[in-house]
Ligand binder design. Structure first.
Ligand SMILES: [Zn+2]
Length: 229
């Protein structure tokens, strides 16, 4: 899934790559793949960076990451446990360990590493801020946690990805709680193979958080999201 067009100013493109947390994000200057699994190497030809949130099979495929890195010479940013698994196949100057609190740069795109409420070794979540300040929060398959409320206030997210299934404890309700805490302009239910969980998430938003719009994504389709006014 490569995105040929360049997003307009103050916008980003995104594509949902699989039934998990696989997201391709394109800002005006950079293309970033987050947790890509179940995708073809040649469909991610133009990536500048890969971000990995944790070592579980539905987020990290070391062989795939190695092949994409070879083909593109991109940088790989990963949580500590995934970094360990990638250290023998990714060149040392291309592999960056990510810990909560870190602020990293991909050119003019900023990546803030945050905690993650998920039963993995050292899971993280990522706030990606585009060069024209579009704020996207990729929450991996985190369950809600209290700090999200303050992050939402401080960051004023344009888009937050919310897990609604295929993970211990995950549900439409828990995904909704992430949206409710972070209060983005746009909430996107993902990490599910169930249309009904996504629909339930949308209903909860409509009832309880009407100022946050819901986008139920189709896989492999390109969406443009603009900065809130
Ligand atoms: Zn997962």
């Amino acid at each position: 899934m490569s995105i040929q067009k360049v997003p307009e100013k103050n916008s980003v493109f995104f594509v949902w790559l699989n039934q998990y947390a696989g997201i391709l994000l394109k800002t005006p200057s950079k293309t970033i793949a987050i947790d890509p699994v179940d995708v073809k190497v040649k469909s991610l030809q133009n990536v500048d960076a890969i971000l990995i949130t944790h070592e579980h099979y539905d987020h990290l495929d070391p062989r795939l990451i190695t092949e994409i890195q070879k083909a593109t010479d991109c940088i790989v940013i990963a949580d500590s446990a995934s970094t360990k698994k990638l250290q023998y196949t990714i060149p040392v100057d291309k592999l960056q360990e990510a810990k909560p609190g870190d602020e990293l740069k991909i050119g003019a795109v900023k990546v803030n590493v945050e905690k993650c409420n998920h039963a993995a070794k050292a899971p993280v979540t990522y706030i990606v801020t585009s060069e024209d300040d579009v704020k996207v929060y990729h929450t991996a398959d985190s369950l809600p946690f209290p700090e999200l409320a303050l992050m939402g206030q401080n960051e004023k997210f344009d888009m937050v990805f919310c897990t609604v299934g295929i993970s211990p404890g995950a549900s439409a309700q828990k995904g909704f709680e992430i949206a409710w805490l972070t209060k983005p302009q746009l909430a996107v239910p993902y990490h599910t193979a169930s249309i009904s969980s996504q629909a339930e998430f949308a209903e909860l938003l409509k009832k309880e958080l009407s100022r946050t719009a819901c986008l139920i994504p189709e896989q492999n389709k390109i969406y443009q999201v603009s900065k809130r006014k």
